[in-house]
Design a protein around this ligand. Structure first.
Ligand SMILES: Nc1ncnc2c1ncn2[C@@H]1O[C@H](COP(=O)(O)OP(=O)(O)O)[C@@H](O)[C@H]1O
Ligand SMILES: [Mg+2]
Ligand SMILES: [Zn+2]
Length: 495
């Protein structure tokens, strides 16, 4: 019997064999963590009995090989149950596919998390057939696997022995064109914030909108998915697999239709945001992988929670360790955040008077720590716009137009970074920045003036160059001009 273990998104095929021999009745399982063994034993024993089979009153040893590495989760039950039935000749056929599923005491098969990465692993090993809980079968079918949907242990045996044949799950229909919440063409004015959003989408740079309530910050951020390029095939598989591990796969559409856009509320727990738990599951930062993490009202998030973002922002991944075991999840996202300028929200508003004390404003702003702020490439004011402009019926540039430009710029980046495992400018290593982000004389002068005047860190310097590279790419420029750098400096802001 073949099943598959999962740590984070790391997978390993596991072979399950049962040995039934004469001797005092006993039942042991080798290769599972101690805490999991007794539970798996109880489930297997009860499920076998309650499915109308006999639980052999002999000496039973089930081995999950390789045994050295402790395996998480409950997806091994089905393989354990079938292995015992096979060894006791209550199942006659050999099982030639991946077995995943949790048994409940009454013999029904319950869904498990993380089917997709495990089916992908099996596929790499040439296994193109899977026996799965009915709820999970679409996930495997979407990957082109022959996925047999099982509801009970008895149904599994009858199918395998050829008594009652099941049909494989149909391949889910291909994703249709996504429908976007907000189109850039719906947003009046705000040319600079829109420009920043386009640059963020093209290069993957992090962006903060600052402005009074009601100026369209949330609306702008929500337009982000509509201008992002489609997922590349490998990104699609990874992002869909992460959702599968989180147990968030939509059975109607197991593969994501577009880049993820995650918008956790500021009351979300640290666990929900960065992941963890027993067994561990990915958090919002990983669900946003290859897409956008939107933190609205970022100053309302607890400081401790925001600090945990530094690791994924720097590494593109997050490692969750507990009880000696560690799981690493990918977490390479573009951060889009929104913030009021002060607690009352009216600071800098031409139409209203701010009532906050300077101390309160300073404290409010410092909720985003300097190290976090330093990783935000663009901090852009979103001002209140005149009512007249809001009501104007004018033809504005649509998301489709902007998306075409973004895609074009991405193609340039991808060609430039081909073979390095990096896809967009924000992901460039320092060496790649040095190689691809040369400034001309005027640019050098502007940069050195800015660094001394604005105390820009080394990290900030590299980030400025990456953003400048994206601005040049959007303008189809091979070289970064002083104008490109000037815009990057402007968008970086003074805070
Ligand atoms: N620039 C704009 N163009 C069109 N509608 C806008 C604009 N700014 C605000 N609105 C309208 O005001 C509502 C509130 O905007 P929102 O994005 O929630 O503001 P904020 O997040 O800055 O408080 C939006 O749903 C939209 O209807
Ligand atoms: Mg808002
Ligand atoms: Zn105020």
């Amino acid at each position: 019997m073949t099943t598959c273990a999962l740590w984070g998104l790391e997978t390993a095929l596991v072979s399950v064999e049962a040995d039934v021999s004469n001797g005092l009745p006993s039942f042991s399982i080798v290769g599972l963590p101690d805490t999991a063994v007794s539970e798996a034993r109880e489930r297997a024993r009860a499920a076998i009995r309650n499915s109308g089979f006999e639980f052999p009153l002999r000496r039973i040893v089930v081995n999950l090989a390789p045994a050295e590495r402790r395996k998480e989760g409950t997806g091994f039950d089905l393989a354990i149950g079938l292995a015992i039935l096979r060894a006791s000749e209550q199942l006659n056929a050999d099982v030639d596919g991946l077995c995943l599923g949790e048994l409940s005491l009454d013999g029904t098969i319950r869904p498990v998390r993380g089917v997709m990465p495990r089916v992908l692993r099996a596929r790499d090993a040439g296994i193109e057939r899977a026996y799965l809980p009915a709820e999970n079968a679409p996930e495997a079918a979407a990957l082109g696997c022959d996925a047999f949907p099982l509801r009970t242990l008895r149904a599994a045996v009858e199918h395998l022995d050829g008594r009652v044949r099941l049909a494989p799950a149909p391949t889910p229909p291909p994703a249709t064109d996504p429908v976007w919440d907000v189109d850039l063409g719906d947003i009046a004015g705000q040319d600079t914030p829109k420009r920043a959003l386009e640059i963020a989408a093209a290069g993957g740079h992090n962006l903060l909108f600052i402005g009074p309530p009601g100026t369209g910050k949330t609306m702008l951020a929500r337009a982000m998915p509509s201008i992002l390029p489609p997922l590349e095939p490998d990104e699609l598989l990874m992002a869909s697999a992460i959702h599968s591990v989180a147990g968030l796969t939509d059975p109607e559409r197991p593969l994501l239709a577009a880049r993820p856009f995650r918008a956790p509320h500021h009351t979300a727990s640290r666990l929900a945001l960065v992941g963890g738990g027993v067994p561990p599951r990915p958090g919002e930062v990983s669900l946003a992988h290859s897409g956008t993490l939107f933190l609205d009202e970022i100053a309302e998030f607890p400081a401790g929670v925001l600090e945990t973002l530094r690791e994924p922002l720097e590494e593109g991944a997050i490692t969750i360790s507990r009880a000696g075991a560690a799981a690493t999840y990918p977490a390479r996202f573009t951060l889009v955040a929104a913030q009021n300028p002060c607690p009352c929200g009216r600071f800098g508003d031409v139409e209203a008077q701010c009532s906050c004390l300077p101390d309160a404003i300073a404290r409010y702003r410092s909720r985003i720590s300097d190290p976090l702020l330093d990783r935000i490439d663009m901090r852009v004011a979103v001002p209140r716009i005149p009512y007249r402009e809001l009501r104007e019926r004018v033809q504005r540039e649509s998301s489709a137009t902007v998306r075409a430009r973004v895609r074009h710029a991405r193609d340039r980046m991808r060609a430039r970074l081909a073979g390095s495992g990096r896809r967009c400018n924000a992901e460039m290593t320092k060496r790649q920045v040095e190689q691809h982000c040369q400034l001309d004389r005027a640019g050098e002068q502007m940069m050195s003036a800015a660094i001394s005047a604005r105390r820009i860190s080394a990290r900030g310097y590299h980030r400025l160059l990456r953003v400048s590279r994206t601005i040049a790419d959007l303008a189809e420029g091979d070289d970064i001009s002083a104008d490109h750098l000037a815009l990057a400096l402007l968008l970086r802001g003074h805070t």
